[in-house]
Design a binder for this molecule. Structure first.
Ligand code: HEM
Length: 219
């Protein structure tokens, strides 16, 4: 991880220098040129912003698409409802985010005072992480939480986090999930799993919930 991180930083540093030299009509150039009352992002801030947007914007959505596709491949009845009524897609994307969302655990937080959770008291100054995956399956909030149900009453979920750090890209991610999954299943109505679901391999990540690969037959 350390080597990959260093390579990525070197790559972004060179890319940012190139954009500074000849800005283009793209987001990185806009960030390089952005000023707030004369204050610009420093080179380190630019690298960390580009890194965040790249990772937060890419891996998450890849896994929304992968996990959502898997959910549909395993639930033909839901697939049929969506084929019959395109208007159900936005609700379906919300349900994929709840049922098998791409971010299992939020990024780290630190307690500023002792916090009681059930029978445990977490002391002040401890590191904590919230399981967004468990929140999506909380039986006190969702009836039959393990059931994929695209018509369940819509409540604000935690898949995109909560509070000041709520996901910046949520509208884009919802749109990408809707467009990609609806087009995929419309174009390939014969799409089916090529292996037993039990044989699928999940990535070993504490933060991301996503498949190593999703083998399918297209017809
Ligand atoms: C299905 C796709 C996505 C999911 C499930 C997701 C989920 C999340 C979550 C849970 C957080 C909060 C993390 C925390 O509080 O610890 C977050 C933050 C963030 N996301 Fe997303 N995200 C997705 C797509 C995107 C996209 C497409 C972008 C950008 C184009 C993006 C950019 C960001 C950024 C910049 C933050 C940090 C916001 C801040 O700290 O103020 N995300 N995301």
């Amino acid at each position: 991880m350390r080597n990959a991180g260093a390579d990525m930083i070197a790559y972004l540093r060179a890319l940012i220098d190139a954009k500074r030299g000849s800005p283009d009509d793209d987001m990185l150039s806009a960030l390089v040129l952005a000023t707030d009352e004369g204050d610009r992002l420093s080179p380190d801030e630019l690298i960390s912003m580009a890194f965040l947007l790249l990772v937060a914007g890419h891996e998450t959505t890849v896994n929304l698409i992968g996990n959502g596709a898997l959910a549909l491949l395993r639930h033909p009845e839901v697939r049929e409802r969506l084929a019959a009524d395109e208007a159900l897609w936005p609700a379906a994307v919300e349900e994929f985010l709840r049922y098998d969302g791409p971010v299992t655990n939020a990024t780290w937080r630190f307690t500023t005072e002792p916090v009681r959770v059930g029978s445990v008291v977490i002391p002040e100054g401890e590191f904590v992480t919230i399981s967004l995956g468990a929140a999506g399956r909380d039986p006190r909030r969702y009836e039959a939480p393990d059931r994929l149900d695209i018509t369940r009453p819509r409540t604000a979920g935690l898949a995109f986090g909560h509070g000041v750090h709520h996901c910046l890209g949520a509208p884009l991610a919802r749109l990408e999930g809707h467009v990609v999954l609806s087009r995929l299943f419309a174009r390939l109505p014969g799409l089916r799993l090529a292996v037993d679901a039990g044989e699928l391999r999940w990535r070993g990540s504490l933060m991301m919930r996503g498949l190593e690969e999703l083998p399918v037959f297209t017809a």
